[in-house]
Design a protein around this ligand. Sequence first.
Ligand SMILES: Cc1cc2nc3c(=O)[nH]c(=O)nc-3n(C[C@H](O)[C@H](O)[C@H](O)COP(=O)(O)OP(=O)(O)OC[C@H]3O[C@@H](n4cnc5c(N)ncnc54)[C@H](O)[C@@H]3O)c2cc1C
Length: 379
Amino acid sequence: MKKNIVIIGGGTGGMMVANKLARQLQEEINHDEVEINLISNTDQHIYQPGYLFVAFNEKAPDHFIRKQQSIVHRNVRIEYDEIEKIVLEKNIIISAKKEYPYDILLIATGSHLDFQSVPGLQEGAYNFYTFEGAMELRDALVELKQGKILITVDVPHKCPAAPLELALMLDDYYRKRGLRENVQIKYTYPIGRIHSLQPVSEWAQPEFEKRNIELETFFNLEEVDPKRKVAMTMDGQEHDYDMLISIPAHKGAKVILDSGIGDEIGFIPTDRHTLKMIGSDNVYVIGDATNLPISKAGSTAHYQGEKLTLNIVNRIKGRPETAFYNGKVACFLENSLEDASMITFDYETPPKPAATSDLLHWFKTVYGELYWLNVRGIL
Ligand SMILES: Cc1cc2nc3c(=O)[nH]c(=O)nc-3n(C[C@H](O)[C@H](O)[C@H](O)COP(=O)(O)OP(=O)(O)OC[C@H]3O[C@@H](n4cnc5c(N)ncnc54)[C@H](O)[C@@H]3O)c2cc1C
């Protein structure tokens, strides 16, 4: 009987796996034994790491956008629809328009910024984690020639390195404009060091100190007063700013919360090696949507996608599922507008930042172009 593979979410993880499956199950698709349905609530695909470069006007915003139709394999049926409910007992997902039955489901719904988590944040803070946010920040940075920039971060959030990178790039940006003396940069983090991974924190802290970027740890934002330009923390302190840049805590997709299949913030309990949803044999989870205690990053989705594809292909072909995800993540760390470090790590091996070089910055830029081959399932 024909097998119906359904994928919710056409972002990094969902689109890549759909395209890889389409290539590797070509024969089964041609013989009408398998169909691949990708449900995406947007017709655009954005390479999110590009936001960092948009904020500093290093690249035009549209450089990082493609139409979904232009990157999806012809053997994938793409449908633009918003899934509202996942009903595991019936093997169906439901939108306002229709029901989609599945034999195998891949949940690739990502993570989302919760601007409501702190009163005043939506109105008072800039961010570079959304397309519009990155452009607004770009324009505001051009205008800001003196004053205090306060950066706040809440957890969990995707790309754990990006806020650090922003601070280091900001320093370089103002140095290059000859305005660094006039601009104070303060970086804050909610725990007792400046990054959740200790080796990254140890790499970044001396860089910050060298460049006079002020640091404050155990900084937990409670409220923002945009009129007074004051950020209030849970310990009762007030911090004034001229520009506030915030990365709010993330949560899972609304459909996960509404379907009652995630934890309290909407991330799905997932087996760390098989990437199956806990308690289910035919539902897989990828990327930011999992509850795994690893970085929510595109590279995570990439490495997971390779294993998931192998297992789903094996399953369809009647072979055992023997690919296991080992927690692999790879991340470039921009150190300025011109040089970068890099880390790779997994469940067993902690990260060790590589020596900073302009070559690694160049690799990060090149990866931004190769991404489009990657997400097409070619790389
Ligand atoms: C500023 C910034 C910098 C970053 N830098 C890096 C980096 O340098 N390296 C790195 O590895 N990662 C980086 N990331 C993180 C990376 O972009 C994400 O971790 C990655 O996109 C996660 O892939 P995903 O498929 O899980 O989710 P996403 O790519 O976010 O895709 C989820 C998709 O699901 C769709 N969706 C959600 N709900 C529904 C629904 N109900 N119905 C239909 N569709 C739905 C969404 O619209 C979206 O298209 C960065 C992110 C940001 C914001």
